[in-house]
Design a protein around this ligand. Sequence first.
Ligand SMILES: [Zn+2]
Length: 241
Amino acid sequence: MREALDKTTMKNREIKYSVENDFNLNGFTIDEIGDSHLLTGLETPMVEGAFDLSDSEKKEVIAFHFRAIMEALGLDLNDDSLRGTPLRVAKMYVEEIFSGLNPKNKPKVALFDNKYQYKQMLVEKNITFYSNCEHHFVPIIGKAHVAYISSGKVIGLSKLNRIVQYFAKRPQVQERLTNQIADELKQALETEDIAVIIDAKHLCVSSRGIKDETSSTITSFYGGAFESAEKIAELQNYIKD
Ligand SMILES: [Zn+2]
């Protein structure tokens, strides 16, 4: 435990992390940025050596710090109901809701020849996913629709769902989630003809802050053949419930 904690502390020093950094973002303060969601790039920002700690070491460190958060809030960690929470949260972070940060959990994709000679678009629609907003660490709940046109290869349908789930299980912003799924599909299917549409509700918008319960956010990626208005219209016709 001590060792795992020391390792992360050292890492934090290496990247010159300081509390001041938290309050100085591109020259803005966190209050000026408010709830605006900044997007930095396609890759999820991670430090070098992000997986130097084993999963069980990560769980120990997270539980330790989550306990400190609860204590700072004034909660009584001796209470039977609260006692197990730090470790429960740590397990949930590492094994479930943030498991998509670790490349070892990436779904393996096997390609098959397109024996059916199916040349039209294939659409997998209404893929339900749960992600978390990286600015507030509260849930993003949505549906993803993905489509591709075979370049001669096909993948199992469930892999499309698994790819969506893998990238959803990270702290995310919806724009990046959309592009990461598209990028992975391009590489896995060896084609540019990919479309991804995501319609999601952000709990940081509905349950707090502006408290808008009805709005949802739509993002899309259209690549290759999907850049034509005709293909976009065809796809939208398929996914309109
Ligand atoms: Zn948020």
